[in-house]
Design a protein around this ligand. Sequence first.
Ligand code: CMP
Length: 147
Amino acid sequence: MERTFVMLKPGVLQRRIVGEVLHRFERKGLKIIALKMMQLSEELVKTHYKEHEGKPFYEKLIAYTTSGPVIALIIEGEGVIATVRRLVGPTDVTAALPGTIRGDYAYQTRLNIVHASDSPEAAEREIKLFFEPEEIHPWEDGNARWF
Ligand code: CMP
């Protein structure tokens, strides 16, 4: 089953919209199988954003991402990498339509509030970087009938 990595950037906690953003994934019916709050080290963030090293926005991106805690999660399901990218909206927030997370909550690309893996290779690499295997909890839908 496909898995993707999602990170709610520091501004999400600071704006008190963690619940709203997580709700976007849950109301779509997606399955969260790992979730934690982390204060990221500069080293981890630099590894995560290695491909952007040297770009004009790089230093500010590292500073922003380490400026406060983030929420890291893994979502599992068929085709979730593409589904989550569509829910999140494009990186360039001026192109992000209302109804997408970035379209509704972000007006600066640098502060685009969420990161989501853009390919199976990126998802695998990012999940390994942020999570230990024992922090991942796949679960079955059967228990939903009790609620
Ligand atoms: P993210 O999906 O986390 O991946 C790389 C991040 O770099 C991106 O979201 C933005 O936060 C940031 N970024 C990408 N392009 C630009 C840009 N043109 N200007 C400022 N920040 C950018």
